[in-house]
Write a protein that binds this ligand. Structure first.
Ligand SMILES: NC(=O)c1ccc[n+]([C@@H]2O[C@H](COP(=O)([O-])OP(=O)(O)OC[C@H]3O[C@@H](n4cnc5c(N)ncnc54)[C@H](OP(=O)(O)O)[C@@H]3O)[C@@H](O)[C@H]2O)c1
Length: 332
C-alpha cells in the first residue's frame, strides 16, 4: 500500500511512499479508500506534539471506501460494499469514559491517508447514502467528537442557547450543525468574518470575533449568556467562556489548540454554579447514535477543500495556518 508516512528525517516530516502491507487476519477487512480527511491530530503528529509518536506510520484517522477483501471469520460484510470507518479503537464497555487501551487509527497503527487500509470488521459501518465519498470521509472522527461533546457530555436541550467556538474547525462545524438540528439557538465564534457569515448561512443565529477585545461584552448584551458552550481551544480564552456562561451553564472542552490556561477564574466558576466538562471522541454507542442522526437529518459535512493525496503537505499546511472552514479532504 502507498500512503503519507511520518518521517522525522524530512523537513516536511512526511513522505508519500510504499509501505509493506501485513496479511489480512480472520476478523479484518481490507478497504480500497476513495477519500480520507485530515484532523488536527495529523498536524500535531507532524509537529511532534502528539503523545507516543511512532515514525514510519501512515497518518490519517478518517476514511471511506469499498471493501476489497474480507477475513475468513467475517460473515456480515461482503466485497464491494461501501463503508466508512470508526477510528476509535478499544473504547471498552463504559459509556462514561474510554478504557486504558483506547487508541485512534492513524497513530500508532497505520491510518487512512493511503490507497488501502486493513481494519477490524467491527470498525466499519455502511456509508450514508446521501453523502459523497468526500463527505463520508469527512464525518467519522470530528462527527463523533462533536456528537458526544454536545449530546452525552453537554446534555443539549431544545431551546438551549449554545456557543460553538472556532467555527472554522472540523469538529466545530459538526457541533454547530448538530446543535441546530437539536433545536438549540446556536451562536458561533471565529477569527474570521467570512466563517461567521458561512455559519449564519447554515442556520446559526449570530457570531462573535474572538480576537476582538470586547467580544464577551457584545455576546452578553446580545444573548444574555449561554447555557452550553462547546470548545476545542482552551488556553486563557477559557476565561472568556466562563464570563459568557449563564449561571448554571455547562462548558464542554474537547481540545486545547491554545494549550493550558495560565490562569483560571475559579471564583466565577463556583459563584455561577458552572460545570466544566471534558470530552474525547466517543464510544461505539456514540458513533452509532451520531451516524443515525446524520442519516435521519440528512446532514452534510462542510468540506473546506479537496486535495490529491500526494499534496498532503499543502493540505496540512492549510490546517496549520487555521485557514480552513470545515474539513480538508484528500483523494488517493
Ligand atoms: N479530544 C478529542 O477527541 C478531539 C477530537 C478532535 C479534535 N480534538 C482537538 O480539538 C482541537 C480542534 O480540532 P479540529 O480537528 O476541529 O481542528 P481544526 O479543524 O484545525 O480547527 C482549529 C480551529 O480552532 C479555532 N481556534 C483557534 N484559536 C481559537 C481560540 N482562541 N478560540 C476559539 N477558537 C479558536 C480556529 O477557528 P476559526 O478559524 O474559526 O478562528 C481553527 O479553525 C484540536 O486541538 C484537536 O487536537 C480533540
Amino acid at each position: 500500500m502507498k500512503g503519507i508516512v511520518l518521517d522525522r528525517s524530512l523537513p516536511s516530516k512526511i513522505d508519500f511512499r510504499e509501505v509493506e502491507e501485513k496479511p489480512l487476519l480472520d476478523h479484518q477487512v481490507k478497504i480500497t479508500l476513495k477519500a480520507a480527511a485530515l484532523n488536527h491530530r495529523d498536524e500535531w503528529c507532524r509537529q511532534g506534539l502528539y503523545p507516543n509518536i511512532s515514525y514510519g506510520i501512515i497518518l490519517g484517522s478518517d476514511g471511506a471506501g469499498i471493501i476489497s477483501e474480507v477475513g475468513k471469520r467475517v460473515s456480515n460484510w461482503k466485497v464491494g460494499e461501501e463503508v466508512i470507518i470508526n477510528p476509535a479503537l478499544f473504547w471498552g464497555n463504559d459509556q462514561k469514559a474510554q478504557s486504558k487501551d483506547f487508541q485512534i487509527i492513524g497513530m500508532p497503527t497505520h491510518g487512512t491517508l493511503a490507497n488501502t487500509i486493513i481494519v477490524s470488521s467491527d470498525r466499519i459501518h455502511s456509508k450514508p447514502k446521501h453523502l459523497s465519498w468526500e463527505e463520508a470521509a469527512a464525518l467519522p472522527l470530528a462527527g463523533l467528537t462533536a456528537f458526544r461533546a454536545l449530546v452525552y457530555q453537554g446534555n443539549i436541550q431544545e431551546n438551549d442557547r449554545v456557543l460553538i467556538t472556532g467555527i472554522g474547525g472540523g469538529v466545530a462545524q459538526f457541533a454547530a450543525q448538530f446543535a441546530i438540528k437539536k433545536g438549540a439557538e446556536v451562536y458561533v465564534s471565529s477569527s474570521s468574518t467570512e466563517k461567521i457569515e458561512k455559519a449564519l448561512e447554515f442556520g446559526s443565529k449570530g457570531g462573535f470575533n474572538y480576537r476582538e477585545k470586547n467580544w464577551t461584552e457584545e455576546a452578553l448584551s446580545k444573548t444574555g449568556g449561554f447555557d452550553l458552550i462547546i470548545d476545542g481551544a482552551s488556553g486563557d480564552p477559557l476565561n472568556d467562556l466562563i464570563k459568557v456562561s449563564r449561571p448554571g451553564g455547562r462548558i464542554v472542552i474537547y481540545g486545547a489548540t491554545r494549550g493550558n490556561p495560565e490562569k483560571l477564574e475559579a471564583r466565577r466558576i463556583f459563584w455561577n454554579q458552572l460545570k466544566i466538562i471534558g470530552s474525547t471522541m466517543g464510544s461505539d454507542q456514540d458513533f452509532q447514535a451520531m451516524l443515525d442522526f446524520v442519516n435521519q437529518k440528512k446532514l452534510h459535512p462542510i468540506i473546506d477543500q479537496v486535495f490529491q493525496l500526494e499534496d498532503a503537505e499543502k493540505a496540512l499546511d492549510r490546517m496549520k495556518a487555521g485557514s480552513q472552514m470545515g474539513k480538508i479532504v484528500l483523494i488517493p
